[in-house]
Design a protein around this ligand. Structure first.
Ligand SMILES: Nc1ncnc2c1ncn2[C@@H]1O[C@H](COP(=O)(O)OP(=O)(O)OP(=O)(O)O)[C@@H](O)[C@H]1O
Length: 622
């Protein structure tokens, strides 16, 4: 019973959501169901009157009745088809709107959400069930079939009950069968048996369906990766060809597709058994029903014309009952699929909880401080940052250096609140950053990470990121990043698409892409700028040019540079040296280089041979 309440609650929730997206859809479904359900009764009832008129040789009356019946059938049929066509379009719109909700949710969730495989699976299941597994369209169709079935069932039941009360005197067992009480008991018994059998069969099919869906989820995900993601990703395409991975990928795909086929084979076999069994059941029920009408006609309780009406009603009642129960199970099935969707939409952001506005300061007086900060990545056992305490003084140029995996990127990700600290706190002007409004807080930073992304959208939107680019400012940013000429040569210049996913765009090299990403950071004009080794693909001269231009442009801001080229960081006022997640040294180049045997000196000397040429060294020193 608790489960029934739960399912009814879920159904109300889903219908409420559908209603909020389109106020007309549920009333139209109701009208369409009434139309569709009444279609067979027009013929059943109409024919019974026509047959009786013909038997009584009332030709004129038969003609009128036939014309009325045909007209009614036509009107009901046309209306029914018209409404169903409207619903097809509306269902597509509902699916589209629901899809857009998933997209919006997915791109506004916390940065780290999809690092957790469970969240990723939930997203994929939500997306799959709305966009490819029938979604709300199929859910509503099941409701439509349920309504049509239930209306059909009750109307035919009414007709059959009318037959039950048609009583004539008869002897013996026949007398009991045709009596009102006998008829009620017989019909009631038949209906209850049918409900139980149809429900049991249909429920077991639904359970099999759900089980198969869950079992297939993992296999489907892997197949999707192999057949959709792999061939389209240009980076992966390179490796596949260079390392001759075609056969390995194909054999993996084949293994998975055989697994999927075996699943379906099992499902189809049980579906076939289900269909054969329910058809047989349905035929037996019809036979018993027809026998009942034959007996009633035989004893003279009904006319020959009305024999057809009751036979039709029995047939409709049987099929309506079957359709009602099957569609009810379909509703439950789609409800369980759509629960992925509702669960995903209910996901909450853990980072977006603060409400304090970030003070907008023209003087860029924003001061950050780390207080005993430790951090562990979700699902990771080890701490990536350990007990880091430091103050980032106003408007200074910081460099963060250290070996691979030292925790440099993690440090800036915590600063930008891509993650929250595990222990300790970070403050901005003395206030814990978790208290600030998240969007306002993010506006303080313009960062270019090692793994930055550009999108297959026009150049200007890649720079402005808001669909409302200030073109003069875009050109200026491109110029400062040293990529203006390249964009100027593109056929549509700022309107030129990048890459090809969204149309016929232009490819750019790794270094050019980095310059565009840097232009984006400059365009944002945020008080705090971070370059996390975005220049790795640039040649040293270009890196030098960009760093010097960048530095010139951000002098009134606080800036953080991460680079493995030690010379690129030499110009910074303050150098933070990380090792194994700890801040182990801090100071300017001249002081740090004097700390003999320590990490900074070792890193510097490891690269010093590259700067042996005094001209180069001078050139690299800003
Ligand atoms: N999302 C993540 N989940 C779990 N561990 C991570 C994640 N990102 C980074 N790490 C681990 O945290 C450690 C520090 O990584 P981080 O990227 O901060 O180092 P880094 O100093 O920037 O290194 P590099 O110079 O190679 O870029 C590494 O051991 C890395 O494997």
């Amino acid at each position: 019973m608790k489960q029934v309440f739960k399912e009814v609650k879920v159904a109300f929730g889903l219908l409420k959501m559908i209603h909020s997206l389109d106020q007309n859809i549920i009333p139209i479904y109701l009208m369409a169901a009434v139309m569709k359900a009444s279609e067979p009764f027009v013929t059943i009832i109409g024919s019974s009157y026509i047959i009786d008129s013909l038997l009584n040789e009332q030709w004129r009356q038969a003609m009128v009745q036939t014309s009325v019946m045909i007209l009614t059938v036509t009107v009901v049929g046309v209306l029914s088809s018209y409404l169903q066509k409207i619903l097809e379009g509306k269902s597509m719109t509902i699916n589209r709107l629901c899809n857009s909700k998933i997209l919006l949710k997915a791109i506004s969730l916390d940065y780290a959400t999809f690092e957790d495989k469970k969240n990723l699976e939930e997203f994929q299941a939500a997306d799959y069930n709305v966009s490819r597994n029938g979604g709300f369209g199929m859910y509503m169709l099941s409701f439509f079939n349920f309504l049509t079935g239930i209306i059909g069932f009750f109307v035919s039941l009414g007709v059959i009950l009318e037959l039950c009360v048609k009583e004539v005197k008869a002897e013996g067992i026949l007398g009991i069968v045709v009596s009102t009480t006998g008829s009620f008991i017989l019909v009631g018994f038949l209906i209850i048996i049918l409900i139980i059998l149809y429900a049991r069969l249909s429920l077991s099919m639904k359970e099999k369906n759900v089980k198969m869906y869950y079992e297939l989820m993992d296999v489907n995900q892997k197949t999707e990766y192999l057949s959709r993601n792999l061939p389209l990703d240009m980076n992966i395409a390179k490796e596949i060809r260079l390392y001759g991975m075609k056969d390995m990928i194909y054999s993996e795909w084949k293994k998975l597709s055989i697994e999927i086929y075996a699943f379906y084979q099992k499902y189809w076999n049980s579906e076939r058994r289900f269909l054969v069994f329910t058809s047989m059941l349905s035929d037996v029920a019809l036979l018993l029903g027809y026998l009942f009408v034959v007996v009633k006609t035989y004893v003279g309780a009904v006319s020959i014309g009305f024999f057809t009406k009751y036979v039709g009603a029995i047939k409709t009642m049987n099929s309506s009952l079957r359709a009602t129960i099957e569609s009810l199970n379909q509703i439950l099935l789609y409800q369980s699929y759509l629960s992925f969707y509702t669960t995903f939409l209910e996901k909450e952001n853990k980072l977006d909880t603060g409400s304090l506005p970030v003070e907008k300061r023209k003087d860029n007086e924003y001061e950050f401080e780390f207080h005993n900060v430790s951090f562990r990545y979700p699902g990771s056992e080890e701490e990536t940052l350990k007990n880091v305490s430091l103050k980032l003084d106003l408007k200074k140029r910081f460099a963060v250096v250290g070996r691979n995996g030292a925790g440099k990127t993690t440090f800036v990700k915590l600063l930008c609140r891509m993650y929250d600290v595990t222990e300790g706190s970070i403050t901005l002007n003395g206030v814990d950053i978790r208290k600030y409004d998240y969007k306002e807080y993010l506006n303080l930073f313009a960062a270019v990470f090692q793994d930055f992304s550009l999108f297959s959208i026009p150049v200007k939107d890649n720079i402005a990121c808001n669909g409302n680019a200030d073109e003069t400012k875009v050109w200026k940013s491109l110029e400062s990043a040293g990529i203006k000429e390249r964009i100027d040569k593109m056929p549509k210049k700022l309107d030129n698409l990048l890459y090809h996913e969204m149309g016929d765009g232009e490819d750019v090299s790794g270094g050019e892409a980095q310059k565009i990403a840097i232009a984006r950071a400059l365009y944002k004009d945020a008080p705090f700028v971070i370059l996390d080794e975005p220049t790795a693909a640039l040649d040293p001269i270009s890196e030098y040019e960009i760093y010097s231009r960048f530095d010139g442009m951000v002098r009134d801001k606080t800036s953080i540079y991460i680079s493995h080229r030690m010379s690129s960081c030499r110009f910074c006022d303050d150098i933070l040296v990380f090792d194994k997640g700890m801040l182990i040294q801090r100071g300017n180049h001249d002081d740090l280089i004097k700390e003999h045997g320590k990490v900074y000196e070792r890193l510097w000397h490891a690269q010093a041979k590259y700067y042996a040429d005094p001209v180069m060294e001078e050139e690299y020193t800003l």
